[in-house]
Design a protein around this ligand. Structure first.
Ligand code: DGY
Length: 314
């Protein structure tokens, strides 16, 4: 029996790689110097494509993939994939939501706590052989009982809210529309939410709909008392405005897992004392990456078994 032909855009986890190798005829796109030319030659008959949230896929490939029925992407975000174009062509898109909610929320809370309590700065200070006997180590910010604004109360945002409620924080959120199923306070105005919040946690989707949603005005409203925590996408914040406000002491702290032009992280962020940085690793635990891998596999296999992926975006 002929095996199903698929394209793999980037090398995946060992679980994904071995499953694909054992069950499909895999065209490894990352090994090709000119992916577009390669697909023009070999794309006919390809029925599936496996990619990641980071790598996505290019629209110009699609004309060379006339038989493509499904894209299975590793990650919940799909801002690097044109879902509207896939839908137009009748191609299903599956991603890996839910299985990473708790893990990403853990890192959001970790960034918030670490930044408030100056974990990185304190660690560096002690390693340098210093001790605050002369009051040289600056006082931190409390978390307990503070105001937390969540931008994008979806699966991840809800997990953040649940965790920080345990720290006696008051939670309010901003979505395009209020949710009927939660009792957290809703704030239609992002600026009003930022003004009220001590900590503003971003867990919304990326892409054009949220591009620079957190602009200078919102960051100014958060102000010198405030911390912005981003586990969403770098493009959600106007990064240059954020840097300028940090430099002018008009924004308190930034704790960031994502950046506007990854993998580039501006020098001014890298050297700023009130900034905590992580390398886009919110879902990067052994357990969660296994679950994500399994969902990538299941989305693909299920499509070929039943015609429908499990976690369907379009
Ligand atoms: C996601 O799942 O979208 C993560 O950000 C990994 O890219």
């Amino acid at each position: 029996m002929a095996t199903t032909k698929i394209v793999q855009v980037a090398s995946g986890t060992p679980l994904v790689n071995s499953h694909l190798q054992e069950n499909y005829e895999v065209l490894a796109l990352w090994e090709q110097a000119d992916p577009q030319a390669y697909l023009a030659e070999h794309g006919k008959g390809v029925r599936g494509l496996v990619t990641t949230a980071g790598h996505g896929l290019k629209n110009e490939w699609l004309d060379s993939l006339p038989d493509l029925g499904v894209v299975s992407s590793f990650g919940v975000g799909y801002d690097t994939i044109d879902a509207t174009e896939l839908k137009k062509r009748g191609i299903q898109l599956g991603n890996t939501p839910d299985v990473l909610n708790a893990c990403v929320a853990d890192l959001a809370v970790c960034l918030l706590l670490g930044s408030a309590r100056q974990l990185v700065r304190g660690d560096r200070y002690v390693r340098e052989g210093r001790w605050p006997t002369e009051g040289a180590f600056p006082l931190a910010q409390s978390v307990s009982g503070k105001n937390v604004g969540i931008v994008g109360l979806g699966g991840i945002g809800l997990e953040v809210a649940r965790r920080l409620s345990g720290f006696d924080c008051e939670i309010r959120y901003h979505n395009r529309k209020a949710r009927a199923d939660v009792s957290y306070g809703y704030e239609a105005s992002l600026t009003a939410l930022a003004e009220w919040a001590d900590y503003l946690v971003l867990t919304c989707v990326g892409g054009p709909a949220t591009y620079h949603l957190i602009n200078r005005e919102v960051l100014l409203a958060l102000g010198g008392k405030g911390t912005v925590v981003n586990v969403s996408r770098g493009t959600v914040i106007d990064e240059q405005a954020m840097i300028a406000l940090l430099q002018q002491d008009k924004l308190g702290f930034a704790a960031l897992d994502v950046f506007e032009h990854e993998p580039e992280v501006p020098q001014l962020l890298r050297e700023h004392e009130r900034v905590t940085l992580m390398p886009h690793a919110a879902s990067a635990t052994v357990e969660t990456r296994l679950k994500m891998s399994q969902r990538v596999i299941d989305n693909l296999d299920r499509f070929f078994d039943t015609g429908e992926v499990i976690s369907r975006v379009v």
